[in-house]
Design a protein around this ligand. Structure first.
Ligand code: TMP
Length: 251
């Protein structure tokens, strides 16, 4: 990048913009977070398409899942029938399995991709464990963050996009989506959707706490703060990615 361009971009950077002086060889790690039904998976796919069109190598994955081990763990963790076969899953075991999935994904997919300069877009990461197991299950943030340091080498996303539509809208969408999925292909990912509304209120609050604690990393998109159509949110996400990571902007 030439000096004039760097200066021009410097002046456009928002307060949370990422340091341009970092090694250009390493890629960027962007995570998507939110309640079930927040629309993050659709938005991740759209951002991936947009970055790929601009010539970037983009690697996408979701958690739990995306590795052979992770896909097995996903079935255990999300299928509402697994507890019939395995007995009740303890909250600690649930948290440990989420981290086992994550450790494997980091080793197999995320670190190699970042090392070769790719952009990694990950559908959920440790913020989900802090929100769902730390908040929802009541295990607390500290325990989750300690495990993250120990198991994930404290790997931090460069940017986290947190989609927080209203709680009511998210719940309605998630429940409708999962009912459809069972009817269509027999795949059941309803274990979490069976939880009561209080569980989701705790998750929502935990996400708010994470966002307030780390405003440099976490950008919250709320329905009421702009165009909340799928296309509108896509444009808002593109703009914020360019603002926070100027190296990815098309100019
Ligand atoms: P999703 O792939 O449709 O987002 O579903 C993943 C589910 O797993 C969702 O209900 C959130 C839950 N989850 C946790 O409880 N903790 C975690 O660490 C992760 C990654 C997901």
């Amino acid at each position: 990048m030439d000096r004039d361009k760097a200066t021009a971009i410097d002046t456009l950077q928002g307060p949370g913009a990422i340091d341009l002086g970092r090694s250009m060889a390493r890629g960027y790690f962007i995570t998507f977070e939110g309640l079930d039904g927040s629309g993050k998976t659709t938005q991740l796919r759209r951002l991936a398409e947009s970055l790929t069109t601009k010539g970037h190598e983009v690697v996408t994955l979701r958690q739990p899942g995306s590795t052979a081990l992770g896909n097995r763990l996903r079935a255990v963790l999300l299928d509402s029938r697994s507890e019939t076969a395995l007995g009740p899953l303890s909250p600690m075991a649930e948290m440990a399995l989420m981290f086992a999935d994550r450790a494997q994904a980091i080793a197999e997919i995320i670190e190699p991709a970042l090392a070769r300069g790719a952009i990694v877009l990950c559908d959920r990461f440790t913020d989900s464990t802090e929100a769902y197991q730390g908040g929802g299950r009541g295990l607390g943030s500290e325990r989750v963050l300690d495990l993250h340091r120990a198991i994930c080498n404290d790997l931090r996303p460069d940017l986290t996009i947190l989609l927080l539509p209203s709680l009511t809208a998210s719940l309605v969408r998630a429940r409708r989506r999962n009912r459809r999925s069972v009817q269509r292909d027999g795949k059941d990912e309803n274990r979490f959707e069976q939880e009561p509304d209080e569980f989701y209120i705790r998750i929502h609050n935990a996400y708010e706490t994470i966002a307030a604690r780390e405003p440099q990393r976490v950008v919250v998109l709320r329905d009421e703060e702009g165009d909340s159509s799928i296309d509108g949110i896509e444009l808002r996400i593109r703009a914020l990615v360019w603002d926070r990571i100027p190296a990815l902007s098309p100019s």
